[in-house]
Design a protein around this ligand. Structure first.
Ligand SMILES: *Cc1c(COP(=O)(O)O)cnc(C)c1O
Length: 230
């Protein structure tokens, strides 16, 4: 037995969960991308994961994220914005992040495209979809998606990649799979008109297995990598 198996790090344990879930879904393990959600975590915790080869990190709050991104600039990490987006806060997102997973209306998309610096590659964009009728959650509803995706597709500085969702919390794997399958079905139906779609951003610490079974390509993991948040 290797030293790794005897005393695995949190990152190794999560990678193992991904590999097992992918095998159960008869998918290659490298078809699932791991995004480490570092909200509330200090830069030292991000560095510890980066030293183990983790490259993708996600943040929810701009005030917290911007100093971390600046401090870690030399490490060339890939930064994902996954928080709720207000239209008066789009500029720092367009200037500092590589991806945004939470675009849910045209006005936000237009501002992000207009504010994306000319020297940066196109901003990679997922549209957040609200599946259940939850008042406090962001996201476009399914019927809004065709026109929203069409608008994003035409914006010069955005690259439309896929769909993202945060389903209602449940510890029942059948319920978890129900919501993820719903997003998968919507995604497949949109692919006819938007063949470039290649990202399903779904699955967190408590439901990554269900998400991978339903075809997730990007899981967003916080607690399982860093421990509980304050
Ligand atoms: C905090 C957060 C996560 C990570 O959640 P965990 O349960 O800690 O893995 C994933 N996605 C979004 C949008 C989040 O806000």
């Amino acid at each position: 037995m290797s030293a790794v198996a005897e005393n695995p790090t949190a990152l190794q344990i999560v990678r193992e969960r991904i590999a097992r879930a992918a095998a159960n879904a008869q998918r290659p393990a490298d078809s699932v991308n791991l995004i480490a959600v570092s909200k509330t975590q200090p830069t030292s915790a991000i560095v510890a994961l980066a030293e183990q080869g983790q490259r993708d990190f996600a943040e929810n709050y701009l005030q917290e994220a911007l100093p971390k991104i600046t401090e870690l600039r030399e490490r060339s990490l890939c930064w994902h914005f996954i928080g709720q987006l207000q239209s008066n806060k789009t500029r720092p997102v367009a200037e500092n992040f590589d991806w945004v997973h939470t675009v849910d209306r045209e006005k936000i998309a237009e501002r992000l495209s207009a504010q994306r610096p000319f020297y940066s590659p196109a901003l990679q964009v997922c549209v957040q979809v609200k599946l259940a009728n939850e008042a406090t959650k962001g996201g476009a509803i399914a019927s809004e998606l065709p026109s929203l995706l069409k608008a994003i597709d035409q914006l010069p500085r955005l690259q439309l990649r896929g769909l993202m969702t945060i389903p209602p919390a449940s510890d029942d794997i059948a319920v978890q799979r129900h919501w993820f399958r719903e997003l998968q079905v919507i995604y497949q139906s949109l692919k006819a008109d938007f063949p470039g779609l290649d990202v399903l951003s779904m699955g967190m610490s408590a439901d990554l297995e269900a998400a991978i079974l339903e075809g997730s390509t990007h899981i967003r993991i916080g607690t399982a990598l860093f421990g509980a948040r304050q």
